[in-house]
Write a protein that binds this ligand. Sequence first.
Ligand code: MRU
Length: 351
Amino acid sequence: MSVATVRWSSGCLYIIDQTLLPTEFREIELKTAEEVWEAIKALRVRGAPAIGVCAAFGVLVGVRQQEAKSTSDVLLVVDETADYLATSRPTAVNLFWALDRMRNTAHNNANLDSSALIDRLTAEAVEICEEDTRRCRAIGKHGGELITDGDGVLTHCNAGSLATSSYGTALAVMYSAHESGKRFHVYADETRPLLQGARLTAWELMRAGVDVTLICDNTAAQVMREGRVQLVVVGADRIAANGDAANKIGTYSVALIAKAHNVPFYVAAPLSTFDFSIASGDEIPIELRGADEVTHGFGKQTAPEGVKVYSPAFDVTPSTLIAGIITERGILRPPFIESIAAVAGPQSATF
Ligand code: MRU
């Protein structure tokens, strides 16, 4: 069952406010570039592809807000809004990828009058959104083959419908296997500190009728030791040219645990999540989050006042721990430097 995570309708941008889930399902309108920035920063909209889609529409929100009249006004506002939205979160490369597409579309069509240019930009943002759904469907088709009847599949964070325009990446693999009638079981890590696994993954898999059990993050080793897990599939926020993959903090530990138990560990991500310009995961900027999310999560104080906190939002799983990367173009296998180079290039810009 798909959810319209980000929706553009009659010139207005709507998102599901994911900070309210699972107890409240509410769509909110983002009327200004500042509201779009805040929604990304506060994780009202989150997940690498969904952030990119939201930011693309966010550029249109900026153009409308500034009432850009001439073509040169539109170009200026596109650049300013894109620069501004790019400061919201640093790790997911889909944000920068989508903003670059909007910028390039604007400058490549500078010969149009302002109204035609805005129409062209709107079409581009809609295309980024629809293309993301097609990519996710293809990821599901390729990755669904990895699941066999009776499997236990573990995932971390939320790489589902809510993290994309719809259908998801890691969860697309599960949705596809479910649709083809396979019977399997999903273990969802709760994903401290913001509980995307508990609040979002458990919620959307249950809605879709996929058999899911929620586990605390520190239970992953035990479920693998008990032989309950045959496959791990997670999403990614940025993948380097050598296959090192940044994803939600805790993913690296899951990969190490999987290795220790001979459980294959897969990453599912569209090519818009690849950063072909960086050689390894060492170059991926890792977002640091505020102490409050750890000490006062969801309004309850759980640590002494004033304690020092270190809270990176993401970690990097070295490619040596990854069995394969499930993309819209098929499953990339080691050696990743070669398999990733084979899908890099301009053709990866659209799908
Ligand atoms: O901080 P978040 O919730 O935006 O982190 C999301 C993740 O780490 C996802 O696994 C990743 O973006 C892939 S989404 C298809």
